[in-house]
Design a binder for this molecule. Structure first.
Ligand code: FMN
Length: 169
């Protein structure tokens, strides 16, 4: 089955080459998030880019010491600027919106030959303090980005018949 190569070959990267990314490169990745769809096109998000070593070290501590966090030359914190908006289905829009924005960034990074790892294992209060995120806002996900220094196997996925229904559950 032919898929976009960025989708077919992407896997999480947890070892990065110690090499900074250019501002243009990071900007293209963030631009992919900017172009992502959001409920009612509200775009209630803010993307905070971290590349300074000292801040990355602090972020690693806030991520329970996951020791590849500070290795990534760039970390994008995907934050919401509104935690209240519910969609007509009653569900909060921000986890959906930010999840899609994160996926767009991951695929753009992949297209640039970079590796990514989404991270949600972090102490949000600590991350908020490090990045001066206002009290009412939330940090939904961190995205590690950098040149891969490993080539892991693709991870397992459930078979199509387990997860897709045609016309009914
Ligand atoms: C919402 C979300 C949160 C994740 N949080 C972490 C994390 O905190 N630390 C980590 O090492 N990987 C994290 N991952 C990466 C997953 O472990 C990984 O995507 C999954 O095992 C599938 O592997 P693959 O990305 O290589 O296909 C997260 C992924 C997602 C989608």
């Amino acid at each position: 089955m032919e898929l976009l190569p960025e989708i077919a070959t992407r896997r999480s990267i947890r070892q990065f080459v110690d090499e900074p990314l250019s501002r243009d490169t990071i900007q293209r990745v963030v631009e992919a998030g900017r172009r992502a769809p959001s409920a009612k096109n509200r775009q209630a998000w803010r993307f905070v880019v971290i590349s300074e070593r000292e801040t990355r070290d602090k972020m690693e501590d806030a991520c329970f010491g996951q020791d590849y966090v500070a290795q990534a030359p760039a970390i994008v914190a995907l934050c919401t600027t509104n935690i209240d908006y519910r969609m007509p289905n009653g569900q909060l829009s921000y986890p959906v919106d930010l999840g899609i924005a994160g996926a767009f960034m991951m695929l753009q990074a992949e297209h640039e030959g970079l590796g990514t790892c989404p991270i949600t294992t972090f102490q949000e209060d600590e991350v908020k303090a490090i990045l001066s995120v206002p009290y009412q806002m939330r940090v939904v996900m961190l995205l590690l980005i950098g040149k891969p220094d490993e080539s892991p196997e693709l991870t397992h996925r459930l078979p199509m018949e387990r997860l897709a229904g045609w016309g009914h559950w």
